[in-house]
Design a protein around this ligand. Structure first.
Ligand code: HEC
Ligand code: HEC
Ligand code: HEC
Ligand code: HEC
Ligand code: HEC
Length: 243
């Protein structure tokens, strides 16, 4: 009896903690999030991607990249008349409130550079960064990192849309490809070719932790536990019936 009460108490504490955490992160309503989520379709996509991203977790809201006024009071969005809706939209997305729409070209570097100045400088002075700024086909920040679920990309997978030979790409600094990187890359490639010729290819066993990532390992392990549990349950059921 006592143990049951203890467990219930513990559960209550956990629930309160989770709830309090959520309330804190949602404390200020962001008009951009509310309206775009309500809009559905392509205009809601950014909200879905942004939720749970590292930016959302760090309180980086839509307006910090797009500008505009996130504080416009929408009331109950479902009850707005079309005119009220248009009014709220134009107030939130007003140029006079710094709204810039979709950042592109040099503006994208300025936007990201507000918080990642070092990374932007590194990339802007690289071969690919220059090819982007000069409109010569270099990738923008969002090609590699995504616009709303920003993450460190998988190399060389993310490079394959533009480069047919990505050998050694995982061993160079993708953000800072310079003339010396090209030299480094050819040394890496010669070394890989020599190892292959000697029949000493890359290790036969895949590197389990690196290939999967700890989250996926956790997921697989969790799945395995569930499956074992189900098997145990079935065996138990069969044995019980026999008795
Ligand atoms: C009341 C509704 C509403 C609010 C509030 C709102 N938006 Fe929008 N937003 C829209 C609609 C509708 C569109 C698509 C039509 C258009 O571009 O005018 C849109 C389009 C956009 C676009 C795409 C523009 C383009 O050039 O493709 C961006 C970016 C955007 N919104 C960001 C924001 C940000 C940031 C905020 C908050 C500061 C915000 N929105 C607040 C309704 C809203
Ligand atoms: C870290 C910066 C950043 C944040 C935060 C951010 N955006 Fe964006 N958003 C961008 C960039 C950059 C683009 C342009 C993407 C491209 O061209 O690759 C974009 C594009 C868009 C578009 C146009 C999409 C299209 O496919 O045409 C909409 C709409 C939009 N964002 C809405 C939002 C909303 C709503 C939020 C808040 C939930 C938000 N964004 C948060 C950087 C951001
Ligand atoms: C208003 C500040 C702000 C802006 C603007 C911003 N970021 Fe961030 N970004 C952060 C913070 C805070 C973090 C999380 C802490 C950290 O890892 O630096 C982060 C994390 C990241 C990460 C993950 C880094 C890692 O080590 O996992 C990437 C990638 C990233 N941002 C890319 C971008 C890109 C691309 C843009 C422009 C489209 C952008 N950010 C705009 C503040 C910002
Ligand atoms: C060709 C793909 C590519 C492009 C384009 C790119 N990045 Fe990265 N970025 C990476 C990779 C890969 C890493 C992780 C390895 C590293 O740190 O160099 C990274 C790391 C980062 C980090 C983590 C901190 C750091 O500096 O290592 C941030 C922040 C970031 N990038 C922002 C940006 C911004 C902002 C832009 C545009 C100005 C951009 N990246 C362009 C591939 C790219
Ligand atoms: C959107 C297309 C695009 C993507 C994606 C891309 N690149 Fe590039 N890359 C370019 C362009 C354009 C150049 C410049 C070619 C030139 O000026 O000779 C270039 C040049 C390079 C060079 C130097 C020249 C060469 O071809 O060896 C390297 C190395 C390189 N990229 C590595 C990467 C890596 C690593 C990634 C992924 C993390 C990547 N690239 C993703 C377009 C892209």
């Amino acid at each position: 009896m006592k143990r049951k009460r203890y467990a219930a108490g513990l559960l209550a504490v956990v629930i309160i903690f989770v709830y309090a955490g959520n309330v804190r992160s949602e404390e200020k309503p962001v008009a951009c999030v509310i309206c775009h989520e309500y809009l559905d379709g392509a205009l809601a996509g950014p909200v879905q991607e942004w939720r749970g991203s590292i930016h959302q977790q760090n309180g980086i809201t839509c307006d910090l990249c797009h500008g505009g006024d996130p504080g416009v009071d929408l009331g109950n969005i479902r009850q707005l008349t079309p005119r009220e809706f248009a009014d709220r939209q134009s107030r939130a997305m007003a140029k006079s409130r710094g709204f810039i729409g979709k950042p592109s070209g040099r503006v994208m570097f300025d936007v990201c550079g507000k918080c990642h100045a070092g990374s932007v400088d590194r990339y802007a002075n690289s071969i690919m960064g220059k090819a982007y700024l000069d409109d010569k086909g270099g990738p923008s920040c969002t090609v590699c990192h995504g616009a709303h679920r920003n993450a460190i990309p998988e190399v060389p997978k993310v490079c394959e849309s533009c480069h047919s030979d990505t050998t050694g790409f995982d061993q160079i600094d993708a953000m800072n490809v310079t003339a010396s990187t090209i030299g480094e890359l050819s040394r890496i490639r010669i070394k890989l070719a020599e190892e292959k010729a000697k029949g000493r290819g890359p290790a036969l066993l895949p590197e389990f932790p690196e290939d999967l990532g700890s989250f996926q390992i956790g997921f697989v392990a969790f799945g395995a536990v569930i499956v074992l549990f189900l098997i145990g349950f079935l065996v138990y059921g069969v044995l019980e019936k026999r008795r």
